[in-house]
Design a binder for this molecule. Sequence first.
Ligand code: F3S
Length: 58
Amino acid sequence: MSIKIDKETCIGCGTCVGLCPSVFGMDDDGKAKVISEDDLECAKNAESACPVESISIE
Ligand code: F3S
């Protein structure tokens, strides 16, 4: 499994970082980045919560 952020569609709302600070961080470009893939369960919650569906888990 790997967690991906679509940088084209991410609006930098920070919901994913708030929900899973161990998995997501904010990148220098103001968009989210994946910092760890240790907590897939949390990442799945963030995938559902992202308002623009920029998170994918494959
Ligand atoms: Fe971006 Fe969605 Fe996170 S808009 S900052 S990937 S919740």
